[in-house]
Design a protein around this ligand. Sequence first.
Ligand code: ADP
Ligand code: TRP
Length: 324
Amino acid sequence: MRILSGIQPSGSLHLGNYFGMMKRMVDYQKNNELFCFLVNYHALTSVFDAAFLRRQTYEAACDFLALGLDPNKSVFYIQSDVPEVTELTWLLSNVTGMGLLERNHSYKDKVAKGIPASHGLFSYPVLMAADILMYGADKVPVGKDQKQHLEIARDIAFRFNSTYGETFVVPEPDIEDDLAVVPGIDGQKMSKSYGNAIEIFSDEKTLKKKVMSIKTDSTPVDQPKPVEGNPLYDIYALFLDARGKAELKERLLTPGLKYGDLKKEIFGVIWDYFEPFRNERKKLSEDRGFVVDTMKKGASKARQVASVYLEKARHNVGLDYWNE
Ligand code: ADP
Ligand code: TRP
């Protein structure tokens, strides 16, 4: 099966990105054909600092490689290294109804959060559809927040196929309900852009500070603590199996547990979990030549697949006037 997903290099990658997308991608690469990429064209909708974008793109590439994405098994690349995706975006734009984009929650949410209401931001889902359709992806692993974007991509694929004849694979979203939304330290969705993220590769002091500042309610120590909607439970549970989760629930429901102690424990669990990846990450970040070379090789593999779909689309819409 062909599995594909991308992530914006618009800030440091965090636990939500890891459990919602990155870990699942790394797990999938064992038995599937995997396409994974960093969507720096998409990041331009919210990042207006060139040096920052360059740095974050490089850092995100190091993160994925350190976390186990194997560039020999998978196709790992930077979106803008296959600029043909912008051409496909244009072809798709003409079968994308305005209403479809006007109903997009993510656009409204982002504008409400202060991201400029540009045409790029409005047509973000069309570029995302091109990312997916250009590689014939069957399945797209993402967090729940991307559900509507996937529906738009499917809708665009249907419209294109029914207007011009069978051209694209209609992709299936792959959303794990259990891991749907990882909360940030303020209890809201963890996001690079909300200042509430627990970053995967932050240093020990920063990580500890972040975990200690996770927002908790004011239940007294001698009372049972809530499980539902408690970010401490939700974050700790990411690292636990079914038995571990049941035990954690029991501990919360038993009076006497101090939130401060639980936070220290959570910090230890996160720090230890990423230990082996941290060492790998350090080596990679010091080997710029290897990382850049790996990304360029990934793009040339990606382009081979992309060009087949793009040529088919160009032909089906009638851009190949020489075949008249
Ligand atoms: P961010 O909101 O941090 O900018 P992105 O929108 O770039 O994250 O998302 C990248 C991937 O990570 C997507 O598949 C998205 O669904 C997933 N993801 C992001 N935040 C979370 C979260 N808090 N919980 C679960 N998955 C998440
Ligand atoms: N919109 C996605 C996000 O913010 C990133 C993305 C861009 C993507 N193109 C994609 C995800 C294609 C999956 C497939 O997370």
